[in-house]
Ligand binder design. Structure first.
Ligand SMILES: Cc1cn([C@H]2C[C@H](O)[C@@H](COP(=O)(O)OP(=O)(O)O[C@H]3O[C@@H](C)C(=O)[C@@H](O)[C@H]3O)O2)c(=O)[nH]c1=O
Length: 188
């Protein structure tokens, strides 16, 4: 499995639009063969909010299917699978309520996002339950990862937890590499 961008079909009429935001069969056709068990929803007050970079360690590793319900975010995934030719590389994409696009992130990646507008709402499905013991993270501004966050003068707003996350070089990961490198983003 690799990163997949999905654009579910919108049915537009005079009232507005309708979309199947999740359909197991249709998403399977595009490579998302995941059994999701939990839906998450977060709201960020300010533009410039950064949540991440987060992951859960095996056996609680999570695949995520992320979309933006309100506003715009810059969504980032970092390959944390030792042995992958793209280990330590990142990919970023703008997800927005207007576009209705979704990003599928397989297990073995750290995930984070930057809100590009105030009052952003994000929804994401995960395929493993939240496990505080397995919860881990990497500093959003790690110099080795060198993620090009499009801050454009925004001042980052972080949780206390995210402000003290370790650097990439200090984090041990034991994810399996399944032969699918990170790039290119499939479905862009
Ligand atoms: C993620 C999560 C948090 N919580 C609780 C723990 C804490 O008290 C409160 C806020 O948690 P956090 O600060 O970790 O929330 P947040 O920083 O929004 O964490 C999320 O960030 C994005 C980038 C991800 O990829 C997610 O998987 C998740 O890690 O919610 C749950 O009860 N269940 C969950 O699944």
């Amino acid at each position: 499995m690799t990163l997949i961008v999905i654009h579910p079909k919108r049915f537009i009429d005079r009232r507005g639009w309708f979309v199947e935001s999740w359909n197991k069969l249709r998403f399977e056709e595009q490579g998302v063969t995941t059994e999701f068990v939990q839906d998450n929803h977060s709201y960020s007050t300010n533009a410039g909010t950064i949540r991440g970079l987060h992951f859960q360690r095996p056996p609680h590793a999570q695949a995520k299917l992320v979309r933006c319900l309100k506003g715009r975010i810059f969504d980032v995934a970092v390959d944390l699978r030792p042995g992958s030719p793209t280990f330590g590389e990142w990919a970023g994409i703008e997800l927005s309520a207007d576009l209705g696009n979704q990003l599928f992130i397989p297990p073995g990646y750290a995930h984070g996002f930057l809100t590009l507008e105030a009052e952003c709402e994000i929804a994401y499905k995960v395929d493993a339950y939240y496990s505080p013991e397995a919860d881990a993270g990497i500093a959003w501004d790690d110099p080795v990862l060198a993620i090009n966050w499009p801050l454009n003068g925004l001042v980052p707003v972080l949780s206390d937890k995210d402000a003290t996350l370790p650097n990439f070089s200090e984090v041990e990961t034991n994810f399996e590499y399944n032969g699918c490198p990170l790039l290119p983003l499939k479905g862009l």
